[in-house]
Write a protein that binds this ligand. Structure first.
Ligand code: NCD
Length: 309
């Protein structure tokens, strides 16, 4: 049977997504039940770009399930440095592991790799394009905080042009009824036109604004902050000009609704002041923890493993 891959958050139907989120919640509440289900299985983490949370949470997820991990954490430590293609690397890794997570600076590289793979491949971030497992993490966090996705107003702030987590999250949330977006960015870092076009095509209400202020925050259920993606800028000058455009601090939090939760895929640079960490609405560290449960659920689902209930 051909392996099932995960390239975009839309690869799962909303029903499948509900099941995946339920499984993640069960893993959170009953970790012991799942502690041996992946014994004898291995995950390969193939990271051609830096990562802390994504790679380590995949590895922690597999370990929590009783499995093992192998892989590389940078392009230089793999045969990519000798010119090997991602397809060849993936074909080889298929002989050594049961499932793989790949992060690559080139958009579409994990998709190309999946075409020759004998095992499930998970897109762990491809350039400025998509980051589906961060989106699954975000969805689990939002559902845990709000209980549902319908009729939420989601603010996304920062680098909406290069931020792949933003593109994936908008994509995934666009399927729910009554969803609205407030897109907060400087003019130069607005969402790409393909993202805007998809909102228009689906008749989803959205507003594009520059200021992070009481007007842009007043209706928000979630404020999703992002860092300016230095590595995707063509020149350092532009990055330096943009990098501190938004700083969410205590004063700004006073303008925000009492039930507006703050998320961030992390790493944060300066866009959220550390003084906000103690605000009860700051949920980005919990969000990183949810990343482990959802990746456990994803590994089980793609490997077709079930635990007797
Ligand atoms: C994000 C990414 O890699 O796109 N990080 C992550 O996986 N949590 C966000 C970022 O790097 O800004």
């Amino acid at each position: 049977m051909a392996p099932r891959h995960l390239m975009s958050p839309l690869d799962f139907s909303t029903e499948e997504l509900d099941k995946l989120l339920d499984l993640a919640n069960d893993i959170e509440c009953n970790p012991d039940k799942y502690a041996h289900v992946c014994e004898g299985k291995r995950i390969a983490t193939l990271f051609y770009e830096p990562s802390t949370r994504t790679r380590l949470s995949f590895e922690a997820a597999m370990m929590n399930l009783g499995g093992k991990v192998l892989g590389f954490a940078s392009q230089d430590s793999s045969s990519a440095a000798k010119g090997e293609s991602v397809s060849d690397t993936m074909r080889i890794v298929s002989c050594y592991a049961d499932i793989a997570a790949m992060r690559h600076p080139k958009e579409g590289a994990p998709l190309v790799a999946s075409m020759k793979s004998l095992i499930p491949v998970i897109n762990a971030g491809d350039g400025g394009h998509q980051h589906p497992t961060q989106t699954l993490t975000d969805l689990l966090t939002i559902r845990s905080l709000k209980g549902h996705f319908d009729h939420l107003t989601i603010g996304l702030c920062g680098d909406l042009k290069f931020g792949r987590t933003v593109h994936s999250l908008i994509n995934a949330l666009s399927r729910y009824e009554g969803i609205k977006f407030v897109l907060i960015s400087p003019e130069e870092l607005r969402v790409p036109s393909y993202v805007r076009d998809s909102l228009v095509a689906k008749n989803i209400p959205y507003r594009e604004v520059i200021g992070l202020d009481s007007d842009s925050m007043k209706d928000l259920d979630i404020l999703y902050m992002t860092r300016v993606q230095r590595e995707r800028f063509f020149n350092e000058e532009d990055y330096l000009r943009m990098k501190d455009f938004y700083i969410l601090d205590k004063e700004k939090m006073k303008l925000a609704p009492p039930e507006m939760y703050v998320l961030h895929p992390l790493p944060r640079v300066n866009e959220i002041s550390v003084e906000v960490d103690n605000d009860k609405r700051a949920k980005y560290f919990e969000q990183a923890q949810y990343g482990v449960y959802i990746r456990e659920a994803l590994i089980l689902t793609l490997l077709g493993l079930e635990v007797a209930q």
